[in-house]
Design a protein around this ligand. Structure first.
Ligand code: C5P
Length: 410
């Protein structure tokens, strides 16, 4: 359930903070990617080094970048990265800061920049009298009203030696609250339980036994989409050309080589998928008759006859039912919006994502992309430069907006 999920743990200054390295370990064991944000108070109770070691990530504290850094947006990118924010222990002070909308440390910045709908779980832990005070209760009510899940402290032995209300739940209990919350978030996604077919990567078109025609596609965009869809609870099949990428958790991967292979593999899945997202850079042409062995160099020139490959996306689009969504990509070198619109029309797509090829911020091999999304209603969304994971989330949000809420099987 937590496999591949991005979780931020915000740790504030309460004695219960000493249990958080154990919590980080539990989440890591479940396959989550964990980043820790420590408040100044939190750092008085638990060591940054311990948290960095168990999370295998730097611990985030300062909102302002340290001198010499080139990452000027880490105060917003961390919140955008997260699938859930867990604040344990949450002190009276941090509850007040968050309820007031302040942005005075990394925890507050993460809270403000979290993507809409992502779960925030808050575990207040403090002296019982303090917890029950009118001010803390007002702040808790404000945060609950904004959609945060507040898990009240437990009764038991307190740091003061007394018994009473105020204990933070044990790490195992926190983990199970998080799992429950992510499970219900998945159920909210219109993609939950739907079959999503993604194509990714380049294809290789054989010239002879040792040579082929291909392109620079790394498959990163398609893999990011498959990962994001699986995280939303979709049943994802990923058909990929030759790439050097790990299969995202929970995704069924089919490796292919040529456009014809990809076409054949996709056809098997067409009728049962609810959404087809064609992110592969499929070769438009293949050598008409690949040579069996190795072509010897003989003449000064040689001619290679090419024939058109099947257009996998257009074919799916032609034969699909009205309940199935077809999403394409368009890599353009100029007049992008116009060309992409024409492709959307010609291939009868529900959505097209286009980007220019600039070799630096968008396109093949790089980790970022600058996409423009155009849907079948003509709605256009120009996205800023995002990581491919973030761009994938935006693309899926757009697909969800087009997914009929009560659509059944394909
Ligand atoms: O027409 P163009 O190749 O620019 O269209 C790109 C879109 O069509 C991409 O989504 C790509 O994955 C898909 N496509 C395909 N089969 C092809 C060529 C492109 O599915 N043979």
């Amino acid at each position: 359930m937590l496999r591949g999920k991005n979780i931020i743990i915000g740790i504030c200054g309460g004695i219960a903070a000493y249990k958080t390295p154990q919590l980080v370990r539990l989440l890591k064991k479940e396959g989550a990617n964990v980043k820790v944000v420590l408040t100044e108070g939190g750092a008085r109770f638990v060591s940054e080094l311990a948290l960095a070691t168990v999370s295998q990530e730097p611990v985030y504290r300062a909102i302002f970048p340290s001198s010499g850094t080139t990452d000027f947006t880490h105060h917003i990118s961390l919140g955008e990265w997260a699938d859930a924010l867990l604040i344990a222990p949450a002190t009276a002070n941090s509850l007040g800061r968050l309820a007031a909308g302040l942005c005075d440390d990394m925890l507050a910045a993460c809270f403000l920049t979290l993507r809409p709908g992502k779960p925030v779980l808050i575990f207040p832990a403090m002296d019982g009298q303090m917890y029950l005070s009118a001010s803390v209760q007002r702040n808790i009510a404000t945060l609950a009203g904004q959609g945060c899940t507040i898990i009240p402290p437990e009764s038991g032995e307190l740091a003061s030696g007394q018994c009473g209300l105020g204990r933070m739940p044990e790490p195992e209990a926190i983990l199970s609250h998080l799992q429950q919350s992510l499970r219900s978030e998945e159920r909210h996604s219109p993609l939950h339980g739907r079959s999503v077919l993604v194509t990714a990567g380049p294809t290789r078109e054989k010239i002879d036994g040792v040579r082929f025609i291909s392109n620079y596609s790394s498959g990163k965009m398609g893999f990011a989409i498959a990962r994001a869809a699986a995280k939303r609870g979709a049943l994802v099949t990923l058909i990929t050309g030759p790439v050097h990428l790990e299969t995202p958790p929970g995704v069924t991967r089919i490796d292919v080589e040529s456009a014809a292979d990809m076409h054949a593999a996709a056809e098997e899945v067409f009728s049962s998928c609810n959404v087809f997202i064609a992110a592969a850079a499929v070769a438009d042409y293949r050598p008409r008759a690949p040579y069996e062995g190795k072509i010897k160099k003989e003449d000064a020139e040689m001619q290679l006859a090419l024939v058109r490959n099947p257009d996998i996306l257009a074919e799916f689009s032609k034969q699909r039912s009205p309940k199935q969504l077809a999403v394409g990509f368009a890599l353009e070198t100029r007049e992008g919006v116009e060309c992409a619109r024409q492709k959307l029309e010609a291939k009868q797509l529900d959505l097209i994502a286009f980007n220019y090829f600039d070799g630096k911020n968008s396109g093949f091999e790089v980790d970022t992309n600058i996409l423009t999304l155009i849907d079948r209603h003509g709605e256009t969304l120009e996205l800023p430069k995002l990581t491919k994971d973030e761009a994938a989330e935006q693309l899926l949000d757009a697909i969800e907006r087009l997914t009929p809420v009560n659509a059944g099987n394909a």
